[in-house]
Design a protein around this ligand. Structure first.
Ligand SMILES: [Zn+2]
Length: 77
Protein backbone atom coordinates (compact mmCIF):
# COMPACT_ATOMS: atom_id res chain seq x y z
CA UNK A 1 0.00 0.00 0.00
CA UNK A 2 1.22 3.47 -0.85
CA UNK A 3 1.34 5.50 2.32
CA UNK A 4 0.92 8.81 0.53
CA UNK A 5 -2.55 7.88 -0.65
CA UNK A 6 -3.70 7.68 2.94
CA UNK A 7 -5.65 10.45 4.61
CA UNK A 8 -5.28 11.75 8.12
CA UNK A 9 -7.99 12.51 10.62
CA UNK A 10 -7.69 16.20 11.50
CA UNK A 11 -8.64 15.45 15.08
CA UNK A 12 -6.64 12.38 16.16
CA UNK A 13 -4.29 12.12 13.12
CA UNK A 14 -5.21 8.52 12.43
CA UNK A 15 -4.09 7.53 8.94
CA UNK A 16 -6.29 5.39 6.76
CA UNK A 17 -7.65 5.06 3.27
CA UNK A 18 -10.58 7.20 2.18
CA UNK A 19 -12.76 4.10 2.24
CA UNK A 20 -11.98 3.51 5.90
CA UNK A 21 -13.07 7.06 6.73
CA UNK A 22 -16.37 6.78 4.91
CA UNK A 23 -19.60 5.40 6.22
CA UNK A 24 -21.90 3.38 4.00
CA UNK A 25 -23.98 6.45 3.25
CA UNK A 26 -20.96 8.41 2.11
CA UNK A 27 -20.32 10.53 5.19
CA UNK A 28 -16.97 11.05 6.85
CA UNK A 29 -16.39 9.23 10.10
CA UNK A 30 -13.06 8.58 11.77
CA UNK A 31 -13.01 4.93 12.92
CA UNK A 32 -10.85 5.87 15.90
CA UNK A 33 -12.15 9.11 17.42
CA UNK A 34 -15.50 9.38 15.67
CA UNK A 35 -14.75 12.78 14.12
CA UNK A 36 -17.01 13.68 11.22
CA UNK A 37 -14.54 16.20 9.80
CA UNK A 38 -13.20 15.48 6.34
CA UNK A 39 -9.81 13.74 6.60
CA UNK A 40 -6.91 15.58 4.99
CA UNK A 41 -4.26 14.56 2.52
CA UNK A 42 -2.03 17.36 3.81
CA UNK A 43 0.02 15.54 6.38
CA UNK A 44 3.71 14.87 6.98
CA UNK A 45 5.55 11.96 8.50
CA UNK A 46 3.91 9.05 10.19
CA UNK A 47 4.42 6.43 12.82
CA UNK A 48 2.99 3.01 13.27
CA UNK A 49 1.63 2.03 16.64
CA UNK A 50 1.68 -1.74 16.99
CA UNK A 51 0.80 -1.91 20.66
CA UNK A 52 -0.27 1.40 22.15
CA UNK A 53 -0.23 -0.05 25.67
CA UNK A 54 3.53 -0.49 25.44
CA UNK A 55 4.38 2.63 23.43
CA UNK A 56 5.67 5.75 25.15
CA UNK A 57 5.00 7.80 22.02
CA UNK A 58 1.42 6.62 21.96
CA UNK A 59 1.01 7.69 25.57
CA UNK A 60 2.56 11.06 24.81
CA UNK A 61 0.25 11.60 21.84
CA UNK A 62 -2.76 10.26 23.67
CA UNK A 63 -3.22 7.39 21.23
CA UNK A 64 -5.45 4.59 22.40
CA UNK A 65 -5.83 2.61 19.21
CA UNK A 66 -3.26 0.69 17.16
CA UNK A 67 -2.56 1.85 13.64
CA UNK A 68 -0.78 4.49 11.60
CA UNK A 69 -0.72 8.12 12.68
CA UNK A 70 0.48 11.27 10.98
CA UNK A 71 3.06 13.28 12.88
CA UNK A 72 1.90 16.54 11.42
CA UNK A 73 -1.42 17.54 9.94
CA UNK A 74 -2.12 20.76 8.10
CA UNK A 75 -3.74 23.39 10.22
CA UNK A 76 -1.93 22.28 13.32
CA UNK A 77 0.54 24.60 14.93
ZN1 LIG B 1 -9.85 10.66 14.34
Amino acid sequence: MKVKTLKACTNCRYLATEEEFKTKDGKWLCPVCGSTEKPTREWQGYLIIVDYTKSDIAKKMGIEHNGRYALKVRGES
